[in-house]
Design a protein around this ligand. Sequence first.
Ligand code: GAR
Length: 213
Amino acid sequence: MAEEIFVSPKKRGRIAVFLSGRGSNFRAIHAAIQAGRINAGISLVFSNIEAAPGLQTAREEGLETLYLNPKLYASREEYDKAAVREVRKRDVDLVCLAGYMRILSPYFCREFKNRCMNIHPALLPSFPGLHVQQKAIDWGVRFSGATVHFVAEEVDMGPIILQAMVPVLQDDTEETLAARILVEEHKIYPRSVQLFFEGRIEVRGRRVFIRET
Ligand code: GAR
């Protein structure tokens, strides 16, 4: 069977950001858009948490926001179907998960295959899941970092777009390591989104190639 190849679109794009918390990665992407580095606009900021500070920031920035209450849906898939409908209504090209702490259904992952990115605060495939900065310290690794990847059905395991590395220091706590990693997150997430809308991302199987301009 011929290998399936995906090439990201080269056009002014439309982004939906999904978040559950403070939204610093959302703010980094938004800032890169405002600085003219990303050829796209944020059409929707979506959350599963009504009081997410990131939603408030988005409102203050004049962006459209939407909260859907997971308790009102019979299943994870029903919830995701509603989310997909809202995203589709806005003709979105790319979904950016930015601290969206809700596992997506296989349905959502299939609908947005190679069109949904996530940022994770570890060097995947090491340390998937939660509390990964503490896990990196406890394991004794000398380096950790951040990963931007496309979302696939297996959590935290989709094709890797960019990674950045930071040292793990002897006196690190979960908080100090998380803060050092976050600085890198704010660089590689906007950069990945920029590459996407420059039409420079090519996915072959589970490998991502960055095309030269
Ligand atoms: C970030 O560190 C992000 O990598 C992490 O949540 C934080 C969100 O911060 N995401 C995950 O752990 C996903 N598995 P933010 O709301 O300030 O962007």
